[in-house]
Design a protein around this ligand. Sequence first.
Ligand SMILES: [Fe+2]
Ligand SMILES: [Fe+2]
Length: 290
Amino acid sequence: MELVEIQKKLESVEALPTLQTIAMEVNRMLQDYETPIEELTALLKNDQSMVPRILKLVNSAFFGFRSNVGNISHAIVLLGYNTVRNAIVSLSVIDSMNIRKKYEGFDVVEFWRHSAAVAVTSKYLADNFQIDNREDAFTAGLLHDMGKLIQIQYFGKSFEKLWFYLRDEGLPYHEAEKKVALIDHCLIGAVLARKWRLPERLVDAIRRHHSSKSILLNDELGCIVFLANAIVNMYMPLPVSYLRSEDKRYVLKSLPPAMWEAFRTSKNWFFEIKDEIEAACRFFINGDQS
Ligand SMILES: [Fe+2]
Ligand SMILES: [Fe+2]
């Protein structure tokens, strides 16, 4: 199914999660590079509960810079518009996707644990490789699998079919999807990200996180999320085996040589970011945000 068709199908679903108005408004403003800082800070002042959470996130080691930025305008000057926007989007997504909802054996807490781990790992790799727009890596990692939550909540029948197929066939999630699901989680996530007006590079990274297309197109952000997902699946596999997504080794081998090397040597460095992963989980899952 093509992206446009999926978009139509998704649009026909009522009440798809929407980002809070504030996040949508920030995304809109940031499409216009002329937006003055004052306009953005004035907007955020309308939502006082959001400001301390944004500051806590941008000041955290796992997301930002272990800094001590005290207000939003300072954060924008110091960290850039994109970083602040990504913090707002990340918070807003967690708020809009009811994270405690459960579906039989699908544990939403484990889902977000995986997502937070991919986010921290993506950021670590993006910083290491100094890719362009590296401030997008955390958010891309956090959102990469969000299509799965949409499958559960809005495409229940199709998901149920997939669920039983997964359990019976023992295929990796994204391969089973190709056989039985109406729409795969990568595409759903991409459509949603576009609906939320996230930059196209984020849309692409979500869309291709199980495909070798990012490698073929030299899309570094896409490669980073693909790689981070593979590494997290290896060291922090989901407890339910048939919900795991394992990427083929030969695809990983076609990553740029430095990234393949990072995969090959990941057991030497992954433990170094474990504390940051735990801090991100506490922040996003346990609501440790005050
Ligand atoms: Fe995935
Ligand atoms: Fe994943």
